[in-house]
Structures are given as C-alpha cells and as structure tokens.
Design a protein. Structure first.
Lengths: 326, 383
C-alpha cells in the first residue's frame, strides 16, 4: 500500500479574487498516518482541507484522495472521506442515534448495517450512554465527538478533521486525542489541523507547517526540529555594565556564523541575557563559548534554547516574516 | 501495483433514480422525525380540524333555519331536497375557502425556513458535503415540509364529507377541492423553499413568501380589476363594442379563483353569484348586468332584456384545471431554481457528472483494484 498516498497535492493553489489563500502546497500523506496541518488562523489550512473534501474547487494544481483527482469525481471522493468542518451546527429535535442514522443514510449505508454501526461508533467516541439524548443538549466536547462519529458512518479511508480540538477544555482535548489514536489503530488515515502545534505534535506521524498559504516545513516533528537545529538559538548571559554587554554583542556580531543578535534583558542577578541565532552544531557552539571567554567576556550562562514545539512553530512562521520583510 | 492512470475500481452503484429517491427519503425521515416529535404537530393538527368542525357547525346553525323558512320555494320545486342541498353547498363553500386560506398561511411557514435555517445553524455544509445530489436534498425538504400540510388537508376530508350527507356537493367536488388545495400547497411550498434557498435569513424568506402569496391572491385580483377599469376608461367613451378585460391568464396565478371555480360547481345548475363572477372574468357571455333565470332545475344566463346569453354553459370547470397545471409547472421551475441555489456557486462543479480521469494523472496515485481499500474493510475487524 506504500505506493498510494491517501492524500496528495501538487502545487495546490486557491485564489479568492486578489487574495491567495493557498499558494502552491504540496502534501503527501501515506496510509495510516496522522498528519497535522499547523498554522496560524488564516494560513490556508481550512481552504486546503475544503479542497480535499471537494467543497472548494482548486484554482490550480492537483489534489488526489486515494488516487482520485478531487475535481474529476468529487462524489466518489466524498464516499472515501469523512469531513469534520471547523464550524458546524447540529439539528434540533434529533436524538444522537437519529443524527448518525441520518448521515448513514446520506452516505447510502444499508439499513441492516446501520443499527450495529451506530452502536459501534458511539462506543468509539464514548457516547454510548447518550444514544437517546438530544443532540442540541450536548456539551461542546460531546458534539465534537459526535461530529467525529458522523465522519465515520460510511467507514471512509481518510478523515479530514478541521480543528477538532478547538474550543475544548483540556480534558476533552485529551479524550479527542485518545479517540484519534484509536482511529489510527483502526487503520484510518487522518488529516488534522490545528493552530497550535503542541496539540498535534505528540500524536502526529507527520506535520506540515503552513502560513499565508505556503508550506513552510513538512515532515515528522523530529525532521523539522533537526532542520531548524542547524540554526540554533543561543541564550548567552553576560555579567557586567552596559559597555561590557555592548562589546560582547559587537564581538558576536563579527562572527560570520551568527545571523542575528537580539535582546539585552537584565536578569535579577545583574547578568544581561542576549540571544543570538547561531548556525552550527554543538561542537561549534563549544568553540564559540571558548573563544568568547578567551576574548575576555564574562559569560555566566551559555545554552541553546530548547526548541519545544511551540517554539518551532513560532520560529518557522517567524522566518517567513523575515523573508517577506527582506 | 497496476499503473493504469487514475482508473478507479468503483463499487457497483445503484441506479440514479433509486439513489435519488433514497436520498429524498433520507431527508424526509429526518425532517419528519424532528417535526412530528413532541406535541407540537398534534396540537396544530387538532386545532386545525377543530376549527373546521366549528365552521361546519356554525354554517349549519346559520343556514339551516333560513333555508327551512322558504321551504319549497327554491328553484321552483323539490324544496326539501334543495334546502338540504343549500346547507351542504354552504358548508362546502365555506370549508373550501377557509381551508385554502389556512393552507396559504401554513405552507409558506413550513417551507420558508427549510434551507435558510440550515444555513443559519451551519448544518448545510455537512449536508451538502455528503454524496447526495442537491436536487434530492431540495425535493426531500419540500416533500417533508409538504407532508404535514398534506396530512392536514387529507385529514380534513372526513369533515368535508359531511356535505355528502346534505347533498349539494358531490364526491367529484371534494376531489377537485383536494386537488386545488394540494396544488396550492405545492406552489406556496415551492415559493417558500425557493426564497429559503435564495436568502440567508429565514425571516426575510418568510416575509417574501407571504408577500408573494398575497400577490398571487389579492395582488392578481386587484391588478385584474385595475387593468380592466383602465382599459375601459381609455375606450371611446360611448360604450360601444364589447367591454375590455385584463388577460384572463393573470388569474391562472390565483389559487382563490381555482377554489371559487370548484365551489361554483355546487351552485344550482352551475349558475349563481360565484359562477357569474367567474364568467365575467372570462368575458364569457357578457354577464355584466345579466341575470340567471331558472325554470325548474334549468338555469341560463340572460341579459337585462331577457335575451339568452351565448356561450352560456356552466362557467365552472374552466379555471381550476388551468390554474392547477400552472401551479405544478411553476413549482417545478422554482424547485429547480432552489436546487441551483442550495449549493454555493463555487461548489456546483462537485455535482456534475464525473469527468473522465485525467490522462496526465500520476502513475503512483492509481488505486490498485486488487488490494482492498481501507474503506471496504468491515469495522469489526478493524477494532
């Protein structure tokens, strides 16, 4: 099955008048992956997902779901995906099982399969005891889980989940994550979006970071991290007065491996912390530290900022700011 | 892996019409489940039938003593039978008109929110992202909304059937009355659905539907009168030549005329106030200022000099078939328009016929027919 990506886009472009919502995104999601689309609000995640869900026609480029071009046979694509939009409502006066039954009918699930399937889905999303409850009376977390269940009624190969954890409390987020893990173990491929990377990082097999319609980085979290580590952010604490700090900054500025020297915040203990983005591995960092000390700077702290997911995200999207500014 | 472009192994699909009606049924089941839930629907139906029963009783109370009063006089002979027939006819007339008015107000209320409410509650996206065709969604919505109106109309038949006991109206009359009521419900329902698909807000859709409904009933009538008056005023002023009239086709839009036509059929011998009015609308026989002369059960239209007017057969049965057919045609057009409107312009491409797989499709994206797609595995085995 390795040869057939469940999702593949090539140079996907979506233009709304003057606004370029998606500007040439290439994605490739293999079977059984949980793939995260991460980016700030308005980055083009929802648009990309809507194109894959055949709710929007791409302006240019190609998009395939299980090998089918989305614009060639949209109805067939719909039978193979379960789509959960970022915003949606529920019907009044409808019970939970009726809601699922309705969508099962919409997807043409035969009548004799529906009752057992509904019970199974409710068990997966943990709503078994709400079977006869009314949809409009459920909490946000329950609705999200119900909507997730509705994407599964026709047993699709691919789930496209747009911000499934938004607006959920921490506990509900954890539950949602657990459900996604379970779905993955059932063999589903999941494309999930979030504007918060850490929310996805732990469970995703792959991540694509998108901003302003462009794909900035893609790969596993580890790969992205490694690619960023080439230019690590160093936190250096210098003891001394302003002149000493300034001389340290000037000294750092002469090093060709240092791209940028930032900051100058004074710590409580009198040291001044400066940050420098440094292009080099650990050995190069050690050399830099020795050279700095040899040059007479009073270094009391020298470490690499640990890049947690949040920081990766900020960094990647921040780089774009610099690129566009340049 | 076979490298055959993007040839896709397709599961055998059921035929298109079957799929369509299955989808219509899906929408109907869901709508009726929520609509018939609780007491609301039953209270509405009970109140409606109660009102009709009251009207029936009221008409009887008012009409019965009066007709008994002039016993054998009406129509010359057969007085007792004619008195009874007059009660039946009165009940039938009032019930028919009252039902038409109720349907005119209820049908729009049930349909004008069908699609705009889905938009307001953000449920429409989920619905149109399913493989169901928009036409099936729209027809299902219309059918679901009309199902209850049809129930109300049909449930009133036993009450209307009381007139059979008195005479004056026949089973045929009741059948025609039902056809006109259902046709009216269909048209007004389609108008409601159309505005519901056209406009974002249910409120605006409801208001516009009612305005249209009033336009079709009162509006066409007033326009007809106004047109006729203006046409005759601009005449040479001497009153020679036949009086001019607005085109009768204007009245093909008026459900009231259809119902009056049905009711007129119960007037003795096909003549009477309503019949004359309908004849006048048609410009048939020039009954303006004319009279109905009855000898026994034989009635005919005469002018004020006693001359029998030509073309003066019973005026009934002319309007209602034309109007009902107009309604059905208009409903079909409106429903089609609603189908176009329910899907955002940017998404209509999704419902066109599958395009031939592109020749330039990459080889590795071909789905291998020999390996089972994840979607085809039963759920139980996955867990």
């Amino acid at each position: 099955m390795t040869g057939t990506p469940v999702v593949e886009t090539r140079g996907l472009v979506k233009r709304y008048g003057e606004h370029l919502a998606v500007a040439g995104v290439d994605l490739r999601v293999g079977p059984g992956e949980i793939y995260g689309l991460v980016g700030p609000n308005g980055a083009g995640k929802t648009t990309t997902m809507k194109i894959l869900a055949t709710l929007l026609a791409p302006t240019a480029g190609e998009a395939y779901v299980t090998g089918i071009p989305v614009d060639a046979d949209p109805l067939e694509v719909r039978r193979r995906i379960g789509y959960m939009p970022d915003f949606y409502g529920v019907y009044d006066d409808l019970r939970v099982w009726e809601y699922l039954d309705f969508f099962a009918r919409c997807y043409g699930v035969p009548a004799n399969r529906r009752p057992t399937m509904i019970d199974e889905l409710l068990e997966i999303v943990g709503l078994t005891d709400k079977r006869n409850g009314y949809v409009e009376a459920m909490s946000r977390g329950m609705r999200q889980r119900l909507c997730l269940a509705h994407t599964l009624v026709h047993d699709p190969a691919l789930l496209i989940l747009d911000e499934p954890a938004s607006g959920l409390d921490p506990r509900a987020r954890v539950e949602m994550r657990e459900i996604l893990r379970e779905l993955r173990s059932m063999g589903k491929t999941i494309l999930v979006s979030s504007h918060i990377l850490p929310e996805l990082g732990e469970m995703c097999t792959g991540v694509a970071i998108i901003d302003r319609g462009r794909l900035l980085r893609s790969g596993s979290i580890g790969e992205i991290e490694r690619s960023l580590r080439a230019s690590a952010l160093l936190r250096i604490e210098i003891l001394g007065d302003e002149a000493a700090v300034q001389s340290a900054r000037d000294w750092l500025g002469t090093d060709s491996r240092i791209a940028d020297v930032l900051g100058g915040t004074i710590d409580a203990d009198g040291a001044t912390r400066i940050e420098a983005s440094f292009d080099g591995d650990s050995a190069a960092q050690a050399d830099l530290l020795r050279a700095m000390v040899d040059a007479g700077h009073r270094v009391v702290g020298f470490n690499q900022a640990t890049s947690d997911l949040e920081e990766i995200f900020l960094k990647v999207t921040g780089q774009v700011d610099e690129e566009t500014a340049a | 892996m076979t490298a055959t472009g993007t040839a896709v192994a397709r599961p055998p699909r059921s035929s298109a019409p079957r799929e369509f009606f299955a989808a219509v049924n899906t929408i109907m089941v869901k709508e009726l489940r929520s609509r018939m839930r609780g007491r609301r629907a039953f209270i509405v139906l009970t109140v409606y039938l109660g009102l009709l029963a009251l009207i029936t009783y009221g008409v009887y109370i008012v009409v019965a003593p009066n007709v008994r009063g002039f016993g054998g006089g009406f129509g010359g002979f057969g007085g007792q039978a004619n008195a009874s027939a007059l009660i039946g006819q009165s009940i039938f007339t009032l019930l028919s008109i009252f039902q038409l008015i109720l349907v005119a107000f209820i049908a729009p209320a049930f349909t004008a929110g069908q699609i705009s409410l889905e938009r307001e509650k953000q449920t429409l996206d989920l619905l149109i992202s399913t493989p169901m065709r928009p036409a099936a969604i729209v027809v299902g919505k219309l059918a679901a909304a009309l199902a209850f109106v049809v129930l109300m109309i049909v449930a009133a038949v036993p009450i209307t059937a009381i007139v059979l006991m008195y005479g004056g109206a026949s089973v045929d009359d009741i059948v025609r009355q039902q056809i006109v009521l259902l046709g009216t419900a269909l048209l007004l329902g389609s108008i409601g659905l159309f505005f519901s698909a056209l406009l974002k807000r249910t409120q605006a859709a409801t208001v516009l539907t009612y305005i249209t409904m009033l336009g079709l009933t009162l509006g066409t009538t007033m326009l007809f009168i106004f047109w006729t008056v203006v046409a005759n005023t601009s005449d040479d002023g001497f009153g020679f030549g036949p009086p001019k009239r607005a085109p009768e086709q204007l009245m093909y839009l008026n459900p009231g005329i259809a119902m009056l036509d049905v009711v007129a059929n119960t007037e003795p011998g096909g003549f009477g106030g309503i019949s004359s009015m309908l004849r006048e609308l048609r410009g048939d026989g020039g009954v303006i200022g004319g009279n109905v002369e009855c000898i026994g059960n034989e009635c005919r239209a005469v002018d004020r000099f006693g001359n029998v007017l030509d073309g003066g057969g019973p005026a009934t049965g002319y309007w209602w078939p034309r109007i009902t057919i107009t309604f059905v045609v208009l409903s079909a057009i409106l429903t089609f328009a609603a189908t176009r409107l329910v899907v955002p312009a940017g998404m209509r491409w999704a419902f066109r016929r599958p395009r031939a797989a592109r020749a330039a499709g990459p080889d590795e994206t071909a789905v291998d027919a020999s390996e089972p797609a994840i979607a085809e595995l039963p759920l139980e085995e996955d867990r």
